[in-house]
Design a protein around this ligand. Structure first.
Ligand code: HEC
Length: 201
């Protein structure tokens, strides 16, 4: 199934182009409006409304689906750029632009479980709850395996570290984000998350 991400990216492309053509069409009609003097006033009003609209869309970013809900303000384009490109609606397609790597953890783990829990539950950090049930977490997603008793699985700190760092070395088709490779979490943050997982019993 190694072709499916590419196929998804190819499918999403025409959609993006449709959107661009539509935007050009709208701009063209706005220009035609302003050549009629009696419409200048309404044109100016439209320009003000347009500017206000642009300002707000700069802040919140476009909706990922036509007519759908807008992302929260803090998830605007700048914040989104920090995330790996797993989007099916953006040009980048589904595949992250950094190669999978099997990271080797240096020295002892030394993470803090409480800090790791906060990172794992924070939608702007690990956001692990979006896919995994975790101890103390509410309304988890079910895309990934239940990690509520991960500490009893007998996995080493080093293996867990390298999986959270980048799951793709184990499963090239994974939907789990490469937290280390794509610099979503720092080395210290990954160690904290691993400590939280190991303390989950
Ligand atoms: C987008 C969904 C998603 C997110 C977000 C996510 N994971 Fe995963 N995770 C998965 C899936 C799916 C798997 C199963 C392995 C695979 O992809 O084949 C997995 C597997 C794992 C495993 C290995 C479990 C095993 O059976 O070996 C660990 C550990 C893990 N995730 C930890 C985390 C942590 C910690 C976070 C947050 C920092 C996180 N995951 C965020 C989807 C996700």
């Amino acid at each position: 199934m190694s072709t499916s991400p590419n196929a998804a990216a190819a499918r999403s492309k025409p959609k993006a182009e449709d959107g661009a053509l539509h935007a050009v069409g709208m701009r063209g009609s706005a220009r035609r409006m302003t050549v009629r003097p009696q419409w200048v006033a309404s044109g100016a009003l439209a320009a003000i409304l347009l500017a206000a609209g642009c300002a707000s869309s700069d802040r919140t970013g476009p909706s990922p689906v036509a007519g759908g809900p807008k992302p929260q303000a803090d998830f605007g384009p700048a914040a989104f750029a920090k995330w790996p490109c797993l989007s099916e609606t953006l040009n980048c397609g589904k595949i992250s632009n950094r190669k999978p790597m099997q990271a080797v953890m240096a020295g002892q783990l030394g993470g803090e479980p409480a800090a790791g829990k906060a990172i794992a539950f924070d939608a702007r950090k690990g956001n692990c709850l979006a896919c995994h049930a975790m101890i103390g977490g509410v309304q988890p997603g079910t895309r990934g395996p239940d990690l509520t008793r991960y500490g009893t699985w007998g996995r080493s700190d080093a293996e867990t570290y390298s999986l959270v760092f980048d799951m793709r070395w184990r499963n090239s088709e994974t939907v789990m984000l490469p937290f280390g490779t794509n610099e979503i979490l720092t080395d210290k943050e990954i160690r904290d998350v691993v400590a939280f997982l190991q303390s989950s019993r």
